[in-house]
Design a protein around this ligand. Structure first.
Ligand code: X2X
Length: 341
């Protein structure tokens, strides 16, 4: 703990004893900057709103969080977000494992193609040993993780034709982000992947500079990608990206014990609620979002088990290659937990 934070904490404990909590806010910033990639109309952004509101209410305004969508604190470059949190340019964030995987290579786990067959598999990882290990890895990399959320299963869209087999991807120019793992996946499938931020992806799709992209349906529908020619959508659940609620370490140390508890519990609560929101409208039981997407003239393709297997086979070498980078033990543990879910 830094000396200043230590004095702050001591002053606050004394103040707490004297029941004058205002003194605790002495070292607090007037505003804490919370970074997210998309806006507050998306499940991801709603998670940010819930977390901010709970913290503001429960700390009587001592911790005042302001949401910065569009990863604007790093000029939209979402792969630099993690470093900016560690350095203190960003105080708090809810970030995708994909965007932080350049700095925390173990987070590539969730991007291993076809590792997680269903929501129970995702839950088994984030709420089990694997989730704990990954939180230790994030902390070792210099940022304090508090809770899990979810962006979602990532589906493939493009402007050219329906995709049912790896051959259909041949030559398609696809936008990917975050990790070279995605370049490997799409290269293995015969496509032409190109890495760019979400901020750059939307104009690139609109101008036709790229043919397609992959994102959860909430992002596809919320960004109205069907209005920029993305009329073919393949549901293949090949990867899913969890979100992680985090705080910069110095900021964390500047807060009182009691306020840390509030922020942590609020993150866990907001994460739980956000996951429920993220899974709305995209399941067989509740396909309302899919129906809405179809109503915009989108051809939605679901894969037969045989078609699905062809994609699994084609991406197997990428899985094996990245298993080594991520850590064989972690991947084996994940596979075990998924088998026992
Ligand atoms: O850029 C994306 O594709 C997004 C919005 O899903 C992430 O931030 C990973």
């Amino acid at each position: 703990m830094k000396i200043r934070a230590l004095f702050g904490a001591l002053a606050c404990s004394v103040a707490a004893l004297a029941a004058t909590s205002t003194a605790c806010a002495a070292n607090y910033k007037s505003e804490y900057k919370l970074s997210i990639v998309v806006g507050t109309t998306f499940p991801w952004g709603q998670g940010a709103e819930i977390w901010s509101r709970l913290v503001r209410e429960r700390t009587d305004g001592r911790i005042n969080i302001k949401i910065y969508p569009g990863t604007s604190l790093v000029q939209g470059d979402q792969t630099r977000e993690f470093t900016a949190i560690r350095q203190g340019l960003i105080d708090m964030a809810i970030g995708s494992t994909i965007n932080w995987s350049p700095q925390v290579k173990q987070l590539n786990l969730f991007s291993l193609p076809f590792l997680m067959p269903d929501y129970a598999a995702i839950d088994a990882l984030i709420h089990g040993e694997v989730g704990k290990t990954l939180f230790k890895d994030i902390e070792k990399a210099g940022v304090l993780p508090l809770a899990w959320g979810e962006n979602g299963y990532r589906q493939l869209s493009n402007s050219k034709h329906a995709i049912k087999a790896p051959e259909d991807l041949k030559g398609l120019k696809l936008r990917v982000v975050g990790s070279p793992l995605y370049i490997d996946i799409y290269s293995a499938l015969g496509a032409n992947p190109t890495q760019m931020s979400w901020a750059d992806a939307q104009p690139a799709l609109a101008s036709g500079a790229v043919d397609g992209q992959e994102n959860p349906l909430s992002i596809y529908a919320g960004s109205k990608l069907y209005t920029v020619g993305q009329k073919y959508l393949t549901l293949w659940n090949y990867v899913a990206d969890p979100l992680v609620f985090v705080v910069n370490k110095q900021v964390w140390e500047s807060w009182t014990e009691a306020d840390r508890k509030i922020v942590r519990e609020a993150a866990i609560e907001a994460g739980k609620q956000e996951i429920v929101i993220a899974r709305k409208g995209v399941t067989p039981e509740d396909p309302s979002m899919l129906k809405d997407i179809e109503s915009h003239g989108v051809t939605v393709t679901s894969l037969t088990p045989e078609q699905h297997d062809a994609f699994v086979t084609a991406t197997k070498p990428v899985f094996e290659k990245w298993k080594k980078t991520i850590g064989e033990d972690l991947v084996t543990q994940a596979q075990k937990d998924i088998a026992n879910r």
